[in-house]
Design a protein around this ligand. Sequence first.
Ligand code: PEP
Length: 246
Amino acid sequence: MPLIAANWKMHKTIVESEAFCAALLPLIEDSDCEVVICPSFLAVPSVAELCAGTAVAVATQNMHFESQGAFTGEVSAPMLLDAGASAVILGHSERRQMFGETDEALARKVPAALEAGLTPILCCGETEEERDGDQTDRVLRRQIDAGLSRVADDRLADVVVAYEPIWAIGTGRTATPEQADDACGFIRALLGSRSESASARVRILYGGSVKPQNAAELLGQDEIDGALVGGASLDAEDFAAIVEAA
Ligand code: PEP
């Protein structure tokens, strides 16, 4: 079953988030996708309440690796669960580039999410310069090795990985289906070197300017199990069209 996640980033108030859910839910009633909405922390309880009993789950866009403590401004995995989230995006490139998210912190966040009962959606992806310099595989290997370094082999398949080439995020420039498929296949092989069964079961998403017009082709690739959608997830009809295409 494909997994389609909406990353709203720093968009939508609580009222706007509720209006989106009211518009989206009837549009995707008959779909057999697993859908995840990642609103602001503040909108998590409302979105979770509106989506309860549907195929739509709620995730957040970050968390701290400790469960509590003197970490001003941070939110922990047990707090997210308590608010109604069941998953969390970790290592999004905007957090890596603008907020100093490190591979070392992700090595602690991913197992902390799993231990608390949240599904981590671990993002990875190369810059344009790295792709042009044939560094894509090296960068993906570093990010995946670090993010999964403290995850036991028998929990690897509980992680969702999102391949998001940075040059395709919010730029309107999508990876070609072949580029996306190759990178997702490379990530699957990395997991396969630790556990054959995890590599067969893990879900690997593509993210980067996914829209209703290109979703079917991207999602039709063998190695791509779903999509992480930014800009096009802000409009209920566009997002529903992507879910329909999956
Ligand atoms: C994202 O930020 O995760 C993303 C994929 O954004 P967009 O779809 O806007 O490129």
